[in-house]
Design a protein around this ligand. Structure first.
Ligand code: MSP
Length: 649
């Protein structure tokens, strides 16, 4: 730790499954973690913010094989590929300090050592697994844990499973875990403790199956080939291997373990508040100080998931509304510990009310007035009016403390409310003091200067405290106030801005959004996206040798005549010039897509060495090439300058 630092602070997000591209729900936790990390840095802590990807498991193995690539290629594409996880965090301005991939060698080797240690100390033993398995969640369940016979987490069907496997003695730690949950603040919010006690502890903790033999994409158990480590064991230890536990890549354990807080979504609280501490107890390691289980964002009242087709693409949202507005919306609109319902209407109205009207107007009006009435600098001669200024100034003096109290409890929404109370008060202060009236007489100039100073000081403090949520906007605000101080100490004090502050003009921070127009534009984009999803690419065909391809004769042909085939809705009869003296007849199923008269004279491509065959009583000598996707079809047409009889090679 550096000498000037207040202390160390280690904060983590769950590491993401790169089984599909992330949606806005996934960004929720990462944006919250980023806000917390930035807040702690601002306070003077030496912060380590860890995020990453959880890349093993059967689901990924299956998806890769569907896509015809190796699991590593599959995850590489989603993690490091274009618009992948890394790109998304860059776009969202996520200031993580370390990124772990569970396929990184150092992590894999460390997990092997950890598994062996628990085997050697007797907490992992070999047995036979019989039970239920939820493939999408990669979770094992006992009969009693199922809800209506289905996975208690996602509600989907579970499969019977029986195989030789290793088990972790979770049952041994049941009492200590119960004590941890009930008698400490380890898990928050408190409602999550009740969920854990009622759903998992009271029914009795059973030993946990921690290895699999039915697939190979995982960390191999090095002393028993054929077994791979259960993906959750592999994943949870990321929080420590990323600091150097059981590896030499990093050396930060002493400084940063135990973690100050793990932020996790509510459906994975079980893993973090029961299994994770039990494993740490088994290894006699310190437990993280806190696990915070946040709520889920739904979209228009439904669960957000790609498979349900209501994904909210963070790229589209960020491009439309701006990254800061999106980050702000996520933390301003929903209490962090509860579920929230994301709608585009709500996003736009939050941007319009809080950002365009309240914050944006306060900044642009104040800066514009300062420049209009005084030019570059405010004058040093200023006149206080204790009565008129008292309320705003007191609020400014108290704001940092109130904000801090909320932030320390991860109550982002409340912290932002405190800031916006001051912003509203400042806007009201403009109306009460009517600077445009004061500006009319020279005698009132000192009072006018003080009014504007108080407003600029309000903007400085609010803008500074907004930095963890909207880092770019906060930096822009500092610039508009002539590179004002926004360090933590200065944000707790009124009067830091120099009296002769020089302001800088600029465009509106958040232009108002036309709700109807924007909703329509988003809907159009969703339609295009859904249409693309509904027409997936066809399955690739097996490879062929070049000499097989060479045997196909593809010839350029010109349409001499074209007509409908009687009694057929599908077929058109083509009379074609194929470069020989004899016209060639081909029947093609394109009647739904073309009027026959439109095709006369066109230059097409035909396979001309196909064995002739009869269709609707007429002979077809070859096949016209066309391009098909979903319900669209286009004949392959060439430039008319290409002569009939040319070969395609
Ligand atoms: N790989 C595990 C975590 C392992 S941590 C040792 C995992 N990954 S995940 O990609 O499925 O989810 C990552 C996080 O995103 C989880 O905390 C999950 O709760 C969160 N969310 C996924 N969808 C969400 C919403 N719709 N809303 C809020 N958070 C959501 O779980």
């Amino acid at each position: 730790m550096c000498e000037k630092c207040k202390g160390n602070f280690y904060i983590t997000t769950p590491i993401y499954y790169p089984s599909a591209k992330l949606h806005i729900g996934h960004s929720y936790c990462t944006v919250a973690t980023d806000a917390m990390a930035r807040y702690k840095r601002m306070q003077g802590y030496h912060v380590l913010f860890l995020t990453g990807t959880d890349e093993h498991g059967q689901k990924i193995e299956d998806k890769a094989s569907e896509a015809g690539v190796t699991p590593k290629q599959f995850v590489d594409d989603i993690v490091t590929g274009e618009r992948g996880v890394l790109d998304l965090w860059k776009l969202m301005n996520i200031s993580y300090d370390r990124f772990i991939r569970t396929t990184d060698d150092y992590h894999v080797e460390a997990v092997q050592k950890i598994f062996r240690k628990m085997y050697e100390n007797g907490d992992i033993y070999k047995g036979t697994y019989k039970g239920k398995y939820c493939k999408p969640c990669e979770s094992f369940w006992t009969e009693s844990q199922l809800v209506d016979g289905k996975c208690p987490d996602c509600g989907r069907e579970v499969q019977d499973a029986e195989e030789e496997a290793y088990f972790f003695r979770l049952s041994k730690y049941a009492d200590r875990i119960r004590d941890l949950l009930e008698n400490t603040d380890f898990l928050e919010p408190r409602s999550r403790v009740n969920e854990m006690i009622n759903n998992f502890i009271k029914p009795g903790l059973e030993d946990l199956c921690v290895s699999r033999t039915s697939f190979t994409w995982g960390v191999p158990v090095d002393f028993d080939p054929g077994h791979v480590v259960y993906v959750w064991i592999d994943a949870l230890f990321n929080y420590m291997t990323a600091l150097g536990f059981q590896n030499d890549k990093y050396h930060d354990l002493e400084e940063f373990w135990p973690a100050d807080v793990h932020f996790v979504g509510k459906e994975i609280v079980r893993f973090h508040s029961i299994i994770w501490p039990a494993m740490l107890m088994s290894l006699d390691l310190p437990l993280p100080k806190k696990v915070f289980g946040h709520g889920w964002l739904n979209f228009n009242g439904e669960k957000m998931s790609k498979s349900r087709g209501n994904v909210v693409d963070p790229y589209i949202l960020a491009e439309h509304f701006g990254v800061d507005a999106l980050r702000f919306f996520l933390l301003r609109s929903f209490p962090f510990g509860s579920d929230g319902n994301f709608t585009n209407e709500m996003l736009i109205s939050t941007i319009n009310c809080d950002l365009a009207n309240d914050l944006g107007n306060l900044v642009s009006r104040t800066v514009a007035m300062a420049q209009k009435y005084f030019g570059e600098h405010l004058p040093a001669q200023q006149l206080e009016d204790p009565e008129k200024d008292a309320e705003l100034v007191t609020m400014l003096r108290e704001l940092r403390g109130k904000y801090e109290e909320q932030m320390e409890h991860y109550a982002f929404q409340n912290a932002l409310s405190e800031i916006f109370k001051v912003i509203s008060r400042a806007n009201k202060y403009i109306d009460e003091n009517m600077p445009w009236v004061l500006a009319k007489s020279e005698e009132n100039k000192p009072r006018l200067a003080r009014v504007l100073y108080n407003l600029l000081e309000s903007i400085r403090i609010c803008g500074g405290l907004l930095a963890p949520f909207m880092p770019d906007t906060s930096a822009e605000i500092a610039k508009r106030l002539g590179d004002a101080r926004m360090d933590w100490e200065s944000l707790g004090q009124y009067g830091v801005l120099s009296a002769e502050v020089a302001t800088v003009n600029g465009p509106a921070l958040f232009p108002r959004i036309d709700m109807e127009k924007e909703l329509q534009a988003l809907e159009e984009m969703n339609k295009t996206q859904t249409a693309e999803e509904a027409d997936p690419l066809p399955e690739p065909l097996p490879e062929i040798a070049f000499d097989v391809f060479e045997k196909v004769e593809m010839t350029v042909v010109k349409v001499l005549a074209c007509e409908k085939v009687k009694k057929s809705d599908k077929l058109l009869k083509f009379t074609l010039n194929d470069g020989t003296k004899e016209p060639r007849q081909i029947l093609s199923g394109v009647a739904k897509y073309y009027a026959p008269e439109d095709l006369v004279g066109k230059t097409l491509v035909a396979v001309t060495n196909l064995a002739p065959r009869k269709m609707m009583g007429q002979l077809s000598c070859g096949m016209l090439l066309s391009a098909e996707r979903g319900d669209k079809l286009n004949l392959v047409m060439l430039d008319d300058s290409v002569p009939a009889g040319s070969r395609l090679v």
